[in-house]
Write a protein that binds this ligand. Sequence first.
Ligand SMILES: C[S@@+](CC[C@H](N)C(=O)[O-])C[C@H]1O[C@@H](n2cnc3c(N)ncnc32)[C@H](O)[C@@H]1O
Length: 218
Amino acid sequence: MTRMRMKRHIPERMEKCHERWFDDPAANKGKWREVCGIPEDAQLFLEVGCGKGKFCTETALANPDVLYVAIERDKSVILAAIEKAHNQDIPNLFFINCDVNIIEDLFEKDEVDRMYINFCDPWDRRNKPKRRLTYREFLNKYKILLKEGGQIRFKTDNDELFDFSLGEFGKCGFEMSELTRDLHNSEYDKDNVRTEFEQKFADAGVPIKRVVATLAKK
Ligand SMILES: C[S@@+](CC[C@H](N)C(=O)[O-])C[C@H]1O[C@@H](n2cnc3c(N)ncnc32)[C@H](O)[C@@H]1O
């Protein structure tokens, strides 16, 4: 199937999996657990820039008591993730097709227990750092919806982006732990779920950088 033909079929394919995504996700603000049929005391984990969904589908399957929500702005990319969740019938995983920019319209203050940022686009440090999903403007938005004690788990292949992000986490008051510049050869690899991009970089011999940033105090 050509890329053009695949693109033409996006609306029909999205429609087939409609139970996994929302026409108006902002209407779920403050009531994600209730709308998704998950107990009120369940944890909510949010992945931003989920790509084709390898990480969120595997993680949601392994943790059926946690509600997973994944955001991705590219429709043809999120479609692959949504179809994975639909075909595997994963009841605790839902998707939002939007830009992370509007995240504060989608989640209530303190609604989220943990976030994942995996291999976000590195952009150019000199002219596009504001687009990085670990830029302070994004981190300040995440801080509103994250609970006190909530974490952002961040992985990247890119040294420059990693150093930049450590600086941004520090400036925004996050405490950092479990830092490694070679995740796959570290003690933290035992529970690690590889993303699509992570697998490609690992195959090319690039060491993966990873840190846990905790919002210790709000
Ligand atoms: C390099 S890919 C990584 C995909 C996946 N996380 C992985 O590790 O395999 C980055 C993804 O983030 C998405 N993305 C980048 N900026 C975004 C934004 N502001 N809002 C939503 N998605 C975004 C891109 O469309 C792309 O699919």
